[in-house]
Each structure stands twice: as C-alpha cells, then as structure tokens.
Design a protein around this ligand. Structure first.
Ligand code: NDP
Length: 337
C-alpha cells in the first residue's frame, strides 16, 4: 500500500521534497468498515492551501507526516458493511494512497459509469462549483458579458459553457495560445485572451466593448486588476478562488488597491460574493448531476480530462497544476478497474 504524505510545509510553490512516498501494510476492515482501492485521484488547487499550517476556515490543515487528502473514485475491495459489496464503485475521499478504510458515511455509490473519473470533474465537485456559483451568484442573463479565467480548467470550462447555454457572451482568459484556441473552437466561447500575452489588459477591454456583467473569479491577481475597471453597474462577481495568491507567503508589496475596490463596489453597486461548494451538496447535487449529464450526453457541454498516470506522479502533477501546466481537469489514474 503506497501513500504520499506531507513531508514539509511548502515555502511558495511546493517542491517534490515537500512530499514523501511511504509503503504501509494494506489495512483490514473491521465490523462496519469497507476497504477501498483507489482508482482515480482528483488534483485540485485547494490542496495547496491545506499544505499550509493555517488552512482556509472550511477545511483542516494536513498534519505533517499524514497522507495528502483528496477526492477519489474507489472500488470496494472488501466489505464488512451491510450497504457495500466488493466490486461496488464509489466516490470517496481517501486521498493520495492505494488503499484506505471507510465507515461508509462519506461514500457516494456511483453505480456503473462508462468513465468513472468524470465523477471527479465534469460530473463532480468542480463542475458543481461552476454550476452553483454561476447560476446562484452570477445570474447571467441573455446578452450579458460573462468573463472567466482559468477558462479551460475544471471549473472555468464549465462556467463558460453554461453561460453560453444561458445566452450570454463569454470571454475566457487562459494561459497560452493553445488553451485560448480550444476555448473558442471547442468550448464555443466568443473570445479568449492569453493572460501572459502583451497588452493583456487593453486586449481584454477591447474584447468586452459593453463592459463585464458577470466576472466569475477563479484566479485573482493581475487578472482581477484588469477586470475591475471593466465591471458594469450592477455586475455580479462570484468569488470562487484566487489561485494567483495560493503560493504567496505574505501580502504583495506595492500600492494598496483596497480603496479602488471599495469605490468600485459602491459606485457601481457590484455584488461580490464568496461561496464554498461544500455548503451546497445537500440540496443541489442531484439536480446538478441530472442536468449536467443531459448537457454532456446531448453534446452541449464538452469535458476535457488531463490524465496523469501513477500515484507517484501526483506531487509533480499538483505542482504543475499550480503553474498552469494542466489542460483540463487533472486526474491521477492510480489503478485500473
Ligand atoms: P484548473 O483546472 O482551472 O487549474 C488551475 C488553473 O489556474 C491553471 O491551469 C491556470 O490556468 C490557472 N492559474 C494558475 N496560476 C495562475 C495565476 N497566477 N494567475 C492566473 N491563473 C492562474 O483548477 P480548478 O478549475 O480546479 O479551480 C479553479 C479555481 O476554482 C481555483 O481558484 C480553485 O481554488 C477554485 N475552486 C473553488 C471552489 C469553491 O468551493 N469555492 C471549489 C473548486 C475550485 P491558465 O494557465 O489557463 O491561466
């Protein structure tokens, strides 16, 4: 049983030395427990935040020496639990390891799926985040201009495609020409700008001649600086993430732009609201899965998985995700089955 533990707290961008691969015995399930084999492991930006000593309020920091956490698709390998049988496919939370025990409480039966790893991406947490954040807080109307960054990623790609289904004009922001081409040609966005390109801010302004009605915030940083002056009166800003800051150890130096933000929020009556997707599973997840499956089956939403093979490649793959080297939803394929 291999597992990858947190070996050191990162300073800035994590390095391979912040992780350690360990071998342990495969655990034996006790009464009321199941033994789970990890098939697929989701890699997500929040994992970087849990590596810090002080984690976001809604989650716990990973203790040093403990396995890295993460959403997983698992096969039940052995069961002493009345509701699970060997061979069942479940959505779990067993983290960066081959095998784990569960009392079943945090498991969601998946039935048989043609592509089980979708339960971690386009039919799972990131797409659910896009759905709730965009529809509840962003509330796009036909003709609105919706802007989203990390536009080809797990959340952003779904935000833009749902916004298109709701009749909005969608402008994506992504890292590099290949991602931008994909956003327009395959995902159907109206435009997509390279955040690394020259004159990014003025090109964004040119791509949004009627301003921005909904900005789905995934990244913060320099992208937000370029977006802020373009927000329209009554704009909505679902604050989903700010990945540009996750590796920062302290506040950036330079002029304090808080007064600028306060003035814009007030004068333009902007609604900027943070949300954490964990709060929404109870009431909305089934509706989301039904609607999203219909869109995917009808070819109205396209999903792209960025597959990484082998548990031992997870550390490098998470580091790459934080650097924008993923193209689509990054999932580690740990085992066949
Ligand atoms: P992605 O699949 O989009 O991967 C991360 C992407 O972020 C990279 O590919 C890169 O895209 C972009 N990025 C990385 N560094 C920077 C930077 N410095 N400036 C701008 N962009 C950068 O990840 P997810 O879709 O899983 O997550 C997107 C966001 O949503 C994250 O902020 C995440 O924390 C948040 N999130 C929030 C949830 C909630 O409940 N609120 C739930 C799930 C996710 P590119 O190279 O194309 O710019």
């Amino acid at each position: 049983n291999r597992r990858i533990v947190l070996a050191a707290r990162p300073r800035g961008l994590p390095t391979p030395g912040d992780f350690r691969l360990e071998e342990t015995a495969v655990p034996t399930p006790g009464e009321g427990q199941v033994l789970l084999r990890t098939l697929h492991l989701s890699l997500d930006p929040y994992m970087r935040q849990l590596m810090d000593e002080i984690a976001p309020v809604y989650a716990a920091s990973v203790p040093l020496g403990e396995p890295m956490p993460g959403g997983t698709v698992n096969r039940v390998a052995a069961s002493k639990h009345p509701q699970f049988r060997p061979g069942d496919l479940v959505l779990g939370n067993t983290g960066w390891q081959d095998y784990a025990l569960s009392d079943g409480q945090d498991l969601l039966p998946l039935g048989e799926m043609a592509q089980p790893s979708l339960a971690l991406g386009g039919l799972g947490m990131p797409a659910f985040t896009a759905y709730v954040g965009l529809l509840d807080i962003g509330q796009p109307k036909p003709g609105d201009t919706v802007v989203v960054a990390a536009a080809t990623g797990a959340v952003g790609s779904v935000v833009g495609q749902i916004a298109k289904l709701k009749g909005a004009r969608v402008v994506g922001i992504a890292g590099g020409a290949d991602k931008c081409r994909y956003a327009v040609e395959t995902l159907g966005f109206d435009a997509c700008l390279d955040r690394h390109g020259p004159e990014f801010a003025s090109r964004l302004a040119a791509a949004c001649p009627k301003g921005i009605d909904v900005y789905f915030e995934n990244v913060g940083g320099a992208v937000f600086d370029a977006v802020l002056p373009l927000l329209n009166i009554g704009a909505r800003v679902p604050v989903c993430g700010h990945i540009a800051d996750y590796n920062n150890e302290k506040l950036p130096s330079g002029p304090n732009r808080l007064p600028l933000l306060m003035a814009a929020l007030l004068q333009k009556r902007i609604r900027m609201q943070g949300f954490v997707i964990l709060d929404h599973y109870g009431d909305r997840f089934d509706t989301f899965r039904r609607e999203m499956s219909e869109w995917v089956d009808a070819g109205r939403v396209t999903l792209r998985e960025d597959r990484v093979d082998g548990l031992d490649n997870a550390p490098a793959a998470l580091i790459g995700l934080l650097e924008g080297r993923n193209f689509g939803k990054r999932v580690v394929h740990v085992a066949e089955g």
